[in-house]
Design a protein around this ligand. Structure first.
Ligand SMILES: Cc1ncc(C[n+]2csc(CCOP(=O)(O)OP(=O)(O)O)c2C)c(N)n1
Ligand SMILES: [Mg+2]
Length: 562
């Protein structure tokens, strides 16, 4: 029916969602379709937002998490009501533990059928509240864009994290006059949440630094979240402080840098007189803070006040942005008569000697010619193969534990792992997000065969959207990290329960889906296979048969449970 000349301009809920995403700078949504959410796609068409349709909602949510990590913008996944939303729970939970800002939008039955038993109806907000920073129902069409922008604002409360919105079907599909809808404008509806830290605490940190003979700093994931790479580098160089890195903080300093250390961390934490923990919690990865020298002064810097001083006492805590705080502390300490930098030369040499010894002890394993292939050799070859422009992703159990020791990203923001939720199945999704957001980068993902199997069908999405990456499967036909613990506890005869996978040719799977694939049994073939995968320009899987009887030290001493 033609509209009267004076009829108001109308807009539907789905188009309001797209406008709010656009205002946030989002150029892609990751989604799996459902009747409840199709109006969002229509809105995305109008706003020029790409719709990447995946094969499992878990992948959509992980991809939104990965997109946020790579771009510094929030990611967005859109899933349908009920099972679409429950399938995405793992991805949201992973982003929650990893402090990754993303918005999951779930469909919902119509408000007019509230609690009547509509198709796919579930209490999504109740389910999501405990794993998000904000979870709400959009109550009316006029409010759609407003609440989407509110959800983004909430993502940046303290340490970032995910938000969830459900949009009832009638709210999404209805149209309202544009003039009645609140449509927040880009750059005008939320402020920077960066905090500079208490100036008095920064002076105290400067005091501790100038008096320290043996300081060390651990640069955690928030160093990348805060894009504090340059400030962190200036800090360690100006004050001559050895740096260790974990999580997304890996790559802050390139390997070979005089202040880059990795293998001597335990030694440093035992011998140091000052330990500065930046943007990483005292969780299982840090032995809950118990493994730090009793006599060292411990300083903790974090975006989240709840993380500071949790699980162990500290000598100084500072809440705020890693970059602002490190740069202020470096400036304050450098302004003192003697910053202490020169005095620490011997300390750095001491650590370097420990580092070199640890490297040499392992080198023969890394160069092993054994067949089946020693996992150390595989991760060594991968490390040698990475360029400054390769984003490395780890998705697996034991095989990824090996890589954590050996693989060193060459640039900041070029390391992705699930984070403290330890979620298997993030790999294809992270590769998708990384390659989409940064087509100029090479993406390499090391998978365990178990991990790949969880979400591997989305390899096809990589083919469909022409997102080449190099997938490497460390194939031991087992969930080996778990198998180790079972065999150790119950004996070899009972060690094979519930952890055995078939001998699957993942390279053939890749080829079936239109990608590149080959298998490797001889360690000498790893490098050429990686080169061919690189040259193929396709999504690729190199299926590397690794020795199932060889375990990473971290698996054997079960550090993750201690
Ligand atoms: C989603 C999920 N399910 C189960 C686990 C428990 N888990 C941790 S490591 C592991 C084995 C992984 O096997 P694979 O990916 O093949 O790596 P491998 O240990 O064999 O190298 C399992 C099942 C988990 N971390 N995440
Ligand atoms: Mg395995």
């Amino acid at each position: 029916m033609p509209q009267a000349a004076d009829a108001p301009e109308m807009i539907s809920g789905g188009h309001l969602v797209a406008k709010a995403l656009k205002a946030e700078g989002i150029d892609v949504i990751f989604t799996l379709c459902g009747g409840h959410i199709i109006d969002i796609y229509d809105g995305c068409v109008d706003e020029g937002i790409e719709v990447i349709d995946v094969r499992h909602e878990q992948v959509a949510a992980h991809a939104a998490d990965g997109y946020a990590r790579i771009t510094g913008k929030p990611g967005c996944a859109v899933v349908t009501a009920g099972p679409g939303t429950t399938d995405a729970v793992t991805g949201v939970a992973n982003a929650f533990r990893a402090e990754s800002p993303m918005l999951l939008i779930g469909g919902q039955g119509a408000l007019s059928q509230h609690k009547m038993g509509s198709l796919q109806d579930l209490p999504h907000v109740d389910m999501m509240t405990s794993i998000t920073k904000f979870a709400a129902t959009v109550p009316g069409t006029e409010r759609v864009a407003d609440i989407v922008s509110m959800a983004f604002r909430e993502c940046y409360n303290g340490a970032p994290g995910p938000s969830f919105l459900e949009i009832p079907r009638d709210v999404l599909d209805a149209s309202v006059p544009v003039a009645k809808a609140r449509i927040p404008e880009a750059g005008r509806y939320r402020a920077s949440t960066r905090q500079a830290g208490d100036p008095e605490a920064i002076e105290r940190l400067a005091d501790l630094l100038v008096h320290s003979e043996k300081p060390c700093v651990l640069l955690g994931s928030q160093v990348w979240t805060c894009r504090a790479t340059d400030d962190a580098i200036d800090f360690v160089r100006a004050l001559n402080v050895p740096a260790y890195m974990n999580g997304s903080g890996r790559g802050t300093l390139p390997p070979g840098d005089p202040h880059h250390f990795q293998l001597s961390r335990r030694y440093a934490f035992t011998e140091a007189d000052l330990i500065i923990i930046v943007g990483t919690p005292f969780d299982f990865r840090m032995g809950y803070g118990k493994r730090l020298s009793k006599s060292a002064s411990v300083v903790q810097i974090d975006l989240d006040y709840r993380t500071v001083g949790k699980n162990r006492d500290i000598d100084l805590g500072i809440v705020g942005d890693a970059g602002l705080i490190l740069s202020a502390a470096a400036q304050a300490a450098s302004g003192r008569v003697d910053s202490g930098a020169a005095r620490r030369k011997e300390w750095l040499e001491e650590l370097r000697a420990v580092e070199i010894k640890a490297y040499e002890n392992r080198l023969s394993r890394q160069l092993s010619g054994a067949q089946p292939i020693d996992p150390y050799r595989l991760v060594h070859e991968i490390n040698e193969f990475l360029t400054e422009d390769t984003i490395y992703i780890g998705d697996g159990g034991d095989i990824v534990t090996f890589s954590g020791q050996v693989v060193q990203p060459k640039s900041p923001g070029h390391w992705m792992d699930p984070g403290p939720l330890g979620t298997l199945g993030v790999g294809v999704a992270f590769a998708m997000a990384a390659k989409y957001a940064r087509p100029d980068k090479e993406v390499l993902c090391l998978f365990g065969d178990g991990a790949f199997s969880l979400t591997g069908w989305d390899f096809e999405t990589m083919v469909r959207f022409d997102l080449p990456f190099i997938g490497v499967i460390g194939n031991n036909s087992s969930m080996n990290q778990i198998r180790y613990g079972q065999a150790a506890k119950y004996g070899a005869a009972r060690g094979r329960v519930g952890n055995t996978l078939g001998d699957v040719r993942y390279d053939e799977f890749a080829r079936m889906l239109g990608g590149y694939g080959e298998e490797v049994r001889d360690p000498a073939d790893i490098r050429p296979a990686l080169e061919r995968a690189r040259e193929s320009g396709k999504p690729a899987l190199i299926n590397v048969w690794v020795d199932p009887e060889v375990y990473a030290p971290g698996t054997m001493n079960q550090t993750m449970y201690k």
